[in-house]
Ligand binder design. Sequence first.
Ligand code: MN3
Length: 214
Amino acid sequence: MKNHYPFELLPLPYATDSLEPYIDKVTMEIHHGKHVQTYVDNLNNALKDHKEYHDWSLEKLLYNLDKLPASLQAPVRNNGGGVFNHNLYFKIMTKDGKSLSDGPLKKAIERDFGSLDNLKTELKNGGLTQFGSGWSWLVSDKDGKLSVRKTPNQDTLIAENLTPVLNLDVWEHAYYLLRQNRRPEYIDNWFNVVNWEEAEKNYSKHKETDYSKS
Ligand code: MN3
């Protein structure tokens, strides 16, 4: 799929009911088909009259946010960030989850967090302490060192050149229909659908990540 204007909604890599009972079908339909579609549409509308950016990738736009014209910065930050974050989020979930294999990511998690359970606690804590809308992240630096970060709204960590390993959406639209205000319950259920195989693939790119070249 092309990665420049006009951006397109990435299809979900599974059916909308595949994540049940942990994440329900209607939430997935609205989250992917309405919320993320709106980010895609708003990003394209913002870029429409700026032909000089029509061959820029999403990562290049987000890395160079402060070099964009002032009128483009907020729309790209919010909607471009929204597209980037959700493309990752939908990909790192799968039916019934996929477990972490005995490989480089597992070793790095044990080195940097002590155990997978400790990492889950930190990710959950990141999601719970993010006031309002945002994301909790597992990211890697160039040396493979892992950390948990959180970002507000649709902000990304692209400008810091961190490789996203996985991200947890804690916007209410990710859980409110099924779980109302119970964000902790959503996060606990979300761990059942995490695709750790995909997280391993993401982690394997940490050495080559350089968004300044995107
Ligand atoms: Mn979302």
